[in-house]
Design a protein around this ligand. Structure first.
Ligand SMILES: [Zn+2]
Length: 189
């Protein structure tokens, strides 16, 4: 059962399943998360329910398992949270640490968004919609984040990635108005 107002303690969300990723480092000294970045991912693209997203974020993906994976060879990436199609939440990196999800990026004049953001991956594609259960879990995480950290805004990867147009996710199927119930954060709508 998700308790939407649960504070995040020591960087960990109580109602998430924990899966350790080695792909993180420390935030710059004194930096707290102030931005939420929404992504979408599916591996292979368009397939849902498998374990390859977890494998990617834990450096265990077999790049020979699918032709698309060749371009992922040697990639070291992560996220703080993943929400699968059923709304189940997995946490890979403590919110106190810097996950590697945004790449080259800029938000309101501040470069390298990984320094000060929380990454949330939704299992999905850049062209299709998302499940109601995913929005429920996403709202819960955002609510937990805003009561725990000085969060100012929530944006898509597409809004911050450089050069502009490098990333399209979460994509046209993501409904930003689903987040309007989260208090006190700016949305790109
Ligand atoms: Zn992304």
């Amino acid at each position: 059962m998700i308790e939407p107002d649960s504070r995040i303690e020591n960087g960990y969300l109580k109602y998430a399943e924990w899966c350790y990723s080695p792909n993180y480092d420390e935030r710059p000294s004194g930096t707290q998360p102030s931005l939420i970045v929404i992504h979408s991912i599916s591996l292979p693209p368009g397939d849902f329910g498998g374990v390859d997203i977890r494998r990617l974020f834990t450096n265990q993906l077999d790049v020979n398992a699918h032709p698309f994976y060749q371009q992922l060879r040697g990639l070291k990436v992560s996220t703080h949270f993943l929400i699968d199609r059923l709304g189940c939440i997995t946490q890979f990196v403590s919110c106190l640490n810097r996950a590697w999800h945004a790449g080259e990026s800029n938000w309101r004049g501040e470069a390298n968004c990984n320094n000060y953001s929380i990454g949330i991956e939704l299992e999905g594609t850049e062209s299709d919609g998302f499940e109601a259960e995913q929005y429920i879990s996403l709202r819960a995480i955002c609510q937990s984040l805003v009561v725990s950290y000085p969060i100012e805004a929530c944006v898509g990867h597409s809004h911050i990635a450089l050069p502009l147009g490098r990333k399209q996710d979460p994509g046209i199927g993501f409904n930003w108005s689903e987040l309007s119930a989260v208090q006190n954060i700016d949305l790109p709508i």
